[in-house]
Ligand binder design. Structure first.
Ligand SMILES: Cc1cc2nc3c(=O)[nH]c(=O)nc-3n(C[C@H](O)[C@H](O)[C@H](O)COP(=O)(O)OP(=O)(O)OC[C@H]3O[C@@H](n4cnc5c(N)ncnc54)[C@H](O)[C@@H]3O)c2cc1C
Length: 600
């Protein structure tokens, strides 16, 4: 059950915010119902349920909708024609989104019978402001591929290998022992990813022998459409992410449905829309008092799931680690509908020649790339996304729906140029359902950070170790996508759940012997199993083992302890095998650590 208060007047007094809670429930506030906040709520509810921790999670969202930068608008205000305005595509390695799509039974928009094929258009063209440097068709055969090989040599294959290696290292962040991480910078260093985030895409590609032509014509077109950035101003890892396009998909009706489903996934979650949090104030007892519209409420844990600089929120006193304000891309997204196709003359094509469905852009070789500037192509991309019936025209007519990414507003003159038909001022405002342009929606987003090279990242715990003020948006300077925000939310959820578990254990029966790990920290030895008659029993190598639902402890190389993230979802057989392997590995690591200690 999700209770949603849609207006200030509906947000009741302080007590009502936690009306469903058991008296001892952990009170968690999440600020922001985008990918990060929704994922944090969903995963924390799951972790809390599996450790039988009563929890009351309240999500505050100042918008009137769930999804944040992942949202749709309806063409001609017709709910049957929702168009993605923000985050629009995710890919098969985006495990959280893909799993959520499956678990919530959401349908993926069909890729079959693509628009390009139906309309007999090339599917992709890369325009440098003077010519198309590359045009591909879905049905391209071996001869066209051979021509690409001739043009770019082994660069596409090499880039693919580089991308797979970078993505592979990133995927470690989903798994024990890397997950959950407390410090993003240290985690990326351990994964060898700082070497890639610390240089520009241009430097990274050059260092890896990728030809200038392929980098400029293909890879830069991708960094421009995805992050509005030329290769000289985006770090190497985000560059590689732009090339990870396998299994691209989107949810029918809008990707925001994933996040709405997450918020509906547990009765422990309550979502308040139209609810602005203006103050987070730390109390003497370590709790946080939040000012929410015109009311206040107190929470044990607070997750800030939005870039602090855009929250209009004061944290009092200033936390130990205040996230820096960083430059974000100010992106104009223009959606429009027209019965006309893009004009071949606008792209120096012969009359009657088809303009590709997706026109990405890059710079000609002679042009010096500028920061935050699309250069001579004037825009980052223009693409045809759907065909749909404009019921408001008389008579109703079939139209094309386009999306443009640019740094400047798309005016009536630019629309006239792109369509080759006169677009009046009224048309360009979407005021004329029978016009050359029948519907327009404009949005200026602070869409993602300018992904400059960097090797330091914001802290996850703003009040330091032991604090209860968490931040998900630091991940955006590393990779800014729906999936990485969702991963950051899940990570914070796991850290909070672990904290609760370890507090419960710390206050309970066991006295753990401690020894010093290689990092110099005191490390508790494995706790003995708790006697819990409800705990499930597993037989491993003929021996009965009792485990709580969080599964066994893992001894990490540095002596710290963690859990297996997906323990609850493993089959009994997988659990048995894991226990067998883990037992040996833990013993080995413990004796190595003890050995190190005795050498000191
Ligand atoms: C045009 C565009 C295209 C994109 N394309 C893609 C793509 O194809 N694929 C992809 O994976 N990603 C894409 N992205 C990026 C992706 O959308 C974002 O990385 C992701 O949605 C960020 O999620 P988030 O939860 O971290 O932040 P947000 O979505 O920004 O959510 C933060 C939420 O917090 C709320 N909030 C802020 N302050 C307060 C407050 N004080 N009180 C209450 N609520 C508050 C905000 O209203 C917002 O809803 C795109 C983004 C844009 C704009």
């Amino acid at each position: 059950m999700v209770r949603v208060s849609h207006a200030i007047g509906l947000l009741p007094c302080t007590l009502a915010l936690s009306s469903n809670a058991a008296p001892s429930a952990k009170r968690v506030a999440i600020i922001g119902a985008g990918a990060g906040g929704s994922s944090a709520a969903h995963h924390l509810a799951q972790y809390a349920a599996s450790s039988s921790t009563p929890t009351d999670i309240t999500v505050f969202e100042r918008n009137s909708y769930v999804g944040g930068r992942t949202t749709t608008v309806d063409a001609w205000s017709d709910p049957a024609v929702p168009i993605e305005l923000g985050g629009s595509i995710f890919v098969s390695v985006n495990h959280i989104l893909v799993n959520a799509t499956r678990d919530f039974n959401l349908s993926v928009a069909s890729q079959e019978d693509s628009l390009a094929t139906r309309l007999e258009l090339p599917d992709l063209g890369i325009w440098d402001g003077t010519q198309f440097v590359l045009v591909t068709r879905e049905e391209d055969g071996w001869w066209d591929k051979a021509k690409l090989l001739w043009r770019y040599g082994l660069a596409p294959l090499k880039t693919n290998r580089l991308m797979k290696s970078a993505v592979g290292r990133f995927l470690n962040m989903y798994e024990e022992p890397v997950f959950p991480w407390k410090n993003l910078g240290e985690t990326l260093e351990a994964q060898g990813l700082l070497d890639i985030t610390g240089v520009t895409g241009e430097q990274y590609l050059k260092a890896n022998g990728i030809s200038d032509a392929f980098a400029r014509e293909v890879i830069q077109a991708s960094t421009r459409v995805n992050y509005a950035s030329n290769l000289a101003y985006i770090h190497g890892l985000e560059t590689m992410v732009c090339m990870a396009t396998n299994g691209a998909m989107q949810i029918d009706g809008g990707n925001w449905r994933i996040f709405a489903s997450m918020l509906k996934s547990s009765p422990a979650i309550t979502t308040h829309l139209n609810t602005h949090v203006s103050l987070v104030s730390k109390q003497a007892d370590g709790t946080y008092r939040l000012s929410i519209n015109d009311t206040t409420s107190t929470f044990d844990e607070v997750i800030l799931a939005a870039p602090l600089q855009f929250t209009n929120l004061t944290i009092d006193p200033a936390p130990k680690h205040t996230p820096d304000a960083i430059p974000y891309v100010k992106l104009h997204v223009t959606l429009f509908a027209s019965p006309f196709r893009l004009d071949p003359a606008a792209f120096k094509l012969a009359p009657g020649e088809a303009v590709p469905q997706y026109v990405l852009t890059t710079l000609p070789p002679s042009e010096t790339p500028r920061d935050g500037h699309p250069g001579s192509p004037d825009f980052y991309s223009v693409s045809m996304h759907y065909t749909s019936l404009n019921q408001h025209a008389s008579p109703p007519r079939q139209e094309f729906i386009y999306k443009v990414f640019s740094v400047k507003p798309i005016t009536a003159e630019i629309l006239t140029f792109l369509l080759g038909h006169s677009v009046s001022k009224a048309d360009a405002e979407g005021e004329n359902p029978n016009g050359t342009v029948s519907w327009v929606h404009r949005k200026i987003w602070y869409s993602y950070p300018r992904e400059y090279p960097r090797v330091t990242f914001e802290e996850t715990q703003l009040d330091g170790e032991g604090g209860a003020l968490w931040y998900t948006s630091g991940i955006e300077s590393f990779i800014s996508t729906m999936e990485t925000s969702a991963l950051s939310g899940k990570n914070v959820a796991r850290l909070i759940a672990n904290k609760w578990i370890s507090k419960r254990r710390g206050g309970a029966k066991h006295q753990h012997t401690e020894y010093q790990g290689s990092s110099g920290k005191q490390v508790p030895l494995l706790p003995p199993p708790e006697s819990d008659s409800d705990a499930p029993q597993l037989e491993v190598d003929g021996e009965g083992m009792t485990l709580d639902h969080l599964g066994p402890m893992v001894v990490n190389k540095d002596g710290s302890l963690s859990r297996i993230a997906n323990w609850e979802t493993m089959s009994d057989k997988e659990k048995k095998n894991t226990l067998r392997d883990l037992g040996k590995r833990n013993q080995l690591r413990l004796s190595e650590l003890k050995g190190e200690q005795s050498e000191l």
